[in-house]
Design a protein around this ligand. Structure first.
Ligand code: AMP
Ligand code: ZN
Length: 436
């Protein structure tokens, strides 16, 4: 019988043994980190060395690392090895200020590929699958991160890249793609192209699994994608500072994302006080790498807000589960005195069956008054409906959003495709107030 685990022993290690492994690996990580100029002085400042680490909780004696630190010490301040050992870098776009860059040696790339393979295996992907990776290759980690994992697992990989929906559909049909990875906002657009070709992805492709991630989405959005494509869709979480994808992944029970605790120490802290919050409570995710040599990161503040799901998973893996990301400690906006997370608005919109696949929140200021304009694409046949129907729907959505976020939006229904599309992740909020 084949196992449901990629690495049975590691994935089901007792909590006690898992913590022992974490302590051992944290000590090693501190050794590597101490070779970088940034951590060398940080560790000296706080006076903690590997010898002071006796249990996982001792990590709290160490300082946090922030994105700003990475930027300030660009390009080599976090590098722990000689440059000749490095075989790859990934970096963020960095439109403002320095980019954030992460370096990898051979060990790091192999470890990441294995975590990715483990993640995919956990979601039920097998070496018999044909895997289409619909995602940008290059500096963004989703392309090569998945690619190496797919190959490590042994699937037939199709490195399709992002965009060009007609080609994506042709690839799916030509090679009988069974699994695809894409960002959730793209899958809505791709579905519209299927529809315009009079194709039904549930019937006219061999897809059985989708892997979706890299941007926040709700469970409702996932279920919608599953219905559209007639597949199971699994949530994949990662961030470039922690390699990229392969950090936390849903298993086939779809009840939270197992975060690989042999490779990362996970803390959830109150973003204000930076004190740990109990399991089950939402806070900011803080992560430490445990199996990275070239560019270890200690207590990295991800700014993602989530919680540990208490209790065991039915799949038997001992690695704890993260809940889906509910927002960021830095993406909340305040409108008319109300704190709003874009996710709350998305949740309302996804419950409205007439709503299509895209929306855009624009925050603006008119005569010193804050405005929240929510443009919402409605489905094609609906947009052609008469004015009274559209008017009624506008009012309904306005009320629902106001009830949810307590601020009244200006809702504008627009036709499918009216909201400008971006190449990568969907832009959900435009804050024009910052210019005034
Ligand atoms: P990047 O480093 O550009 O890959 O962006 C990483 C960020 O994307 C994370 O810190 C999260 O805010 C977001 N992200 C990645 N995966 C997910 C996911 N599955 N759900 C929600 N947000 C995600
Ligand atoms: Zn599980």
């Amino acid at each position: 019988m084949t196992s449901i685990y990629w690495e049975p022993e590691l994935e089901t290690l007792s909590r006690n043994d898992l913590q022992k492994l974490q302590v051992e690996r944290l000590k090693k990580t501190l050794g590597f980190a101490g070779e970088s100029s940034f951590y060398k002085s940080k560790l000296q400042e706080c006076g903690i060395s590997a010898d002071d680490i006796k249990c996982v909780e001792d990590i709290r004696k160490l300082p946090f690392t922030t994105k700003q630190d990475l930027r300030d010490h660009f390009p080599y301040g976090f590098l722990s090895l000689d440059k000749k050992e490095i075989i790859r870098l990934h970096s963020s776009s960095g439109t403002t200020g320095n980019p954030t860059v992460i370096y990898h040696n051979r060990h790091d790339i192999a470890s990441w590929a294995n975590l990715m393979a483990r993640s995919l295996y956990t979601a039920g992907v097998r070496d018999t699958d044909v895997f289409q990776n619909i995602c940008g290759y290059g500096l963004f980690t989703g392309g090569l991160g998945f690619q190496y994992g797919i190959e490590r697992l042994g699937c037939l990989s199709i490195p399709a890249g992002a965009g060009n929906s007609l080609r994506q559909i042709k690839l799916m049909q030509d090679y009988g793609t069974t699994v695809a990875h894409a960002i959730p906002s793209y899958l809505g657009r791709l579905y519209e192209v299927f529809e315009s070709m009079n194709l039904d992805p549930a019937k006219d492709t061999k897809l059985h699994t989708l892997v979706i991630g890299a941007e926040p989405h709700t469970d409702e959005q996932r279920r919608r994608i599953e219905d559209m494509y007639g597949v199971k869709a699994y949530n994949s979480f990662g961030l470039s500072e922690m390699n990229g994808p392969g950090v936390a992944f849903e298993c086939t029970y779809q009840d939270g994302l197992h975060i690989w605790e042999d490779a990362y120490i996970v803390e959830i802290v109150d973003p204000e006080t930076l004190e740990p919050v109990p399991d089950g409570e939402v806070g900011e995710l803080v992560m430490t790498t445990l199996d990275r040599q070239a560019n270890p990161l200690i207590r990295y503040r991800t700014r993602d807000l989530t919680r540990i799901i208490p209790g065991d998973c039915a799949c038997g893996r001992s690695h704890r589960r993260l809940d889906r990301i509910t927002g960021r400690s830095d993406d909340m906006f305040i409108i008319k005195g109300c704190n709003v997370f874009p996710m709350q608005i998305e949740k309302v919109l996804l419950k409205v069956p007439e709503v299509g696949s895209d929306y855009l929140i624009t925050l603006d200021r008119q005569n010193d008054n804050d405005e929240m304009i929510v443009e919402v694409e409605v489905k094609k046949d609906w947009f052609r409906g008469d004015i009274t129907r559209l008017d009624k729907l506008t009012k309904q959505i306005t009320h629902q959003i106001r009830d949810e976020v307590l601020a009244k939006p200006i809702v504008k229904l627009v036709e499918p495709g009216a909201i400008p599309k971006t190449e990568g992740k969907a832009v959900r909020v435009k804050d024009l107030r910052k210019r005034s």
